[in-house]
Design a binder for this molecule. Structure first.
Ligand code: 4AZ
Length: 278
């Protein structure tokens, strides 16, 4: 049902784009895509076997396996995710989720494919602040090693080259595909360019939780047109450049709006601290 509807939407949009491509560019303005992670397309765990979901059925219900965030398998027993995924938005304190699981090997959250692996311990970056969204990284230890699954290598401490503006990155998640609470069952992926620090500093100049800080954050998206972005539910998921984990979905104003790109945890800023947990 949901899948069929989305397929129709995608097919309809393709037809529209073919039509628009035939018209003189000056006559038409192409609306931003309104489907997928946002502006992406369906993907599978076979394509991205190190992609995982964080889930709590007691808190989020069982319809979508209890999924509420993304994460990445970086070793057989370790998952990197965003610290804010492990916090309670209401209390601003670490969340109490005794049934926290890591979903591995599952593309479609309505199925029982793969496994729901218990978490034996949680490390949250000691510098993480929910008030400023800074140092938004955490490491989960799995109770059952995933020795047969592929892992994603991580960027090195202090690396800068992978973050050059215009570099194409891939973002993955099971989050909102329209920015209006439309949560898909299947994994989505989008390719988007990294945005330079000076640009993002202009996009998010104010203090508190809306201040861009290039030391431990990096932005990605379509600065002028919007249309491609991570959204609610994608948090903690990977920003991948050239086959390595360089960032985590962290925050942003709304989703896929021009001038308000997605902000990601810049993993090169804390790669050593994360590696110390592996
Ligand atoms: C969120 O609330 C969220 N557009 C994640 C990513 C973005 C915005 C919000 C980026 O989890």
């Amino acid at each position: 049902m949901v899948g069929a509807k989305r397929f129709d939407r995608v097919a309809g949009r393709r037809a529209l784009l073919v039509l628009l491509a035939a018209l003189p560019a000056a006559v038409v303005t192409v609306p931003p895509p309104a489907y997928a992670i946002i502006g992406g397309e369906s993907a599978t765990i076979a394509q991205y076997p190190w992609m995982v979901g964080l889930a709590s059925r007691s808190v989020y219900g069982g319809v979508r396996s209890g999924q509420f965030c993304g994460g990445v398998l970086v070793s057989p027993t370790k998952v990197v995710t965003a610290a804010h995924c492990l916090y309670d938005e209401a209390t601003m304190q670490p969340a109490d989720r005794p049934d926290l699981k890591v979903i591995v090997g599952r593309t479609d959250l309505s199925t029982a494919d793969g496994e729901e692996v218990p978490v034996s311990s949680v490390w949250i970056d000691p510098d993480y602040s929910m008030h400023t969204n800074t140092w938004d990284v955490a490491v989960l230890t799995l109770a059952e090693p995933q020795s047969e699954r592929a892992v994603l290598p991580m960027v090195g401490q202090g690396e800068t080259a992978p973050y050059r503006a215009g570099t194409m990155a891939t973002v993955l998640g099971w989050g909102d595909i329209r920015g209006d609470g439309d949560y898909p069952m299947d994994l989505h992926a989008v390719q988007l360019p990294l945005i330079g620090d000076a640009t993002c500093a202009r996009d998010y100049p104010t203090g508190g939780e809306n201040l861009f800080q290039s030391r431990m954050m990096v932005c990605a998206g379509e600065q002028t047109t919007g249309g491609r972005d991570a959204c609610q539910g994608d948090s903690g998921g990977p920003l991948v450049v050239a086959g390595r984990l360089v960032g985590l979905v962290s925050w942003g104003t709304g989703c896929a709006q021009p001038g308000y790109p997605g902000v990601y945890t810049r993993l090169a800023a804390m790669a050593d601290a994360v590696r110390a947990q592996l």
